[in-house]
Ligand binder design. Structure first.
Ligand SMILES: C[S@@+](CC[C@H](N)C(=O)[O-])C[C@H]1O[C@@H](n2cnc3c(N)ncnc32)[C@H](O)[C@@H]1O
Length: 308
């Protein structure tokens, strides 16, 4: 069943909504199970779900960011509590929005998050209140960033929005309904987990933190650890193995020379059936506004693109 209104409920650096028209050309008509190991705000997952392509199929969404997964989990199982807390936060975001943001971030979110981490940081223990605060800070903070300082505190500055949409009850209700369908699993896991789970005929979309085009462009948000060249190389091996196994794979990444080497000019990747296409896309994260223009991105897949 198509659900046209379904879309990400978070803003996320590297979110793929703008690239959807290009990525859609590689969606398999009828995937077996679906995997998205770098789910972030889930632009591709929600697109596939909106198109009805995931109906009655097993879906595994994962990410290494525990707050993000905690938030998905509470939207799935505790939506009323998340909405109540979010409405309360939205009501407080009045005349002195900046002050309210900083007060929530520093006096509520960070202390409660620290207590959660100290008690083990289990996804099941991420509270509805933390999930609501994460949504609030994301909707009103700077550019959909998720960033932690050296001591692990969330330190994204307030954004500059006149009237941010903080509570979208209809969207969150739809998201919750999709996330609670039978067969949907949302988990905190490193991307390699997919190797033990995916089978021939399944479809997997990979959207890792992009390899930096230059040293100054390196963005180390999301989990605090960054994503190294060694991670990119392990990811290439995962794609190769899955492709050899008959899994339909799709990856987006930057056109950094190291990435081109791993896919476009790699004989091993070609032999596994992977092809690479450079496509125009817009990049939003760069501290230098001048460099935020149009850049090429790399799309890699073993599914040839269909004409639109
Ligand atoms: C480019 S973003 C994905 C954006 C997503 N496609 C969207 O539409 O919002 C990359 C994601 O990878 C996650 N990540 C970083 N390192 C990871 C790892 N080793 N394993 C799994 N996920 C990781 C980050 O937390 C982040 O959410």
């Amino acid at each position: 069943m198509e659900r046209r209104g379904l879309r990400p409920f978070l803003k996320w650096v590297g979110g793929k909504r703008q690239l959807l028209p290009i990525l859609r050309r590689h969606y398999p008509a009828s995937p077996g199970a679906y995997f998205e190991p770098f789910v972030g705000s889930g632009a591709v997952f929600f697109d596939l779900a909106a198109l009805g392509r995931l109906d009655a199929r097993p879906v595994t969404l994962s990410d290494d960011n525990a707050d993000l997964i905690g938030c998905y989990a509470r939207i799935a199982d505790s939506l009323p509590a998340v909405l109540t807390a979010l409405e309360h936060l939205a009501a407080g975001h009045g005349l002195d929005a900046r002050r309210h943001y900083l007060q929530v971030r520093d006096c509520e979110f960070n202390p409660q998050r620290a207590a959660w981490r100290e008690s083990g940081g289990e996804i099941a223990a991420y509270s509805a209140g933390l999930a609501a605060m994460l949504i609030y800070l994301n909707r009103t903070g700077y550019n959909g960033l998720f960033r932690l300082n050296a001591t692990g505190e969330y330190n994204v500055p307030p954004g500059r929005y006149d009237r941010p949409r903080i509570v979208d009850r209809a969207l969150l209700t739809e998201v919750s309904a999709v996330l609670t369908r039978p067969g949907i699993r949302v988990q905190r896991a490193p991307f390699e987990q997919i190797l033990s789970d995916a089978r021939a005929g399944d479809f997997a979309y990979f959207d890792p933190p992009y390899a930096p085009l230059s040293k100054t462009a390196n963005f180390r948000g999301y989990t605090g650890r960054g994503f190294t060249e060694a991670d990119q190389e392990r990811l290439q091996q995962v794609l190769i193995q899955l492709s050899q196994r008959g899994v339909d794979v799709l990856l987006s990444n930057s056109t950094a020379p190291s990435v081109i080497k791993l896919y476009e000019s790699s004989a091993e990747a070609r032999a596994a059936g992977l092809r690479a296409w450079q496509v125009p896309a817009r990049r939003a994260v760069n501290s230098n506004a001048q460099r935020r223009g149009t850049v090429a991105e790399l799309v890699v897949s073993n599914i040839p693109p269909r004409p639109q």
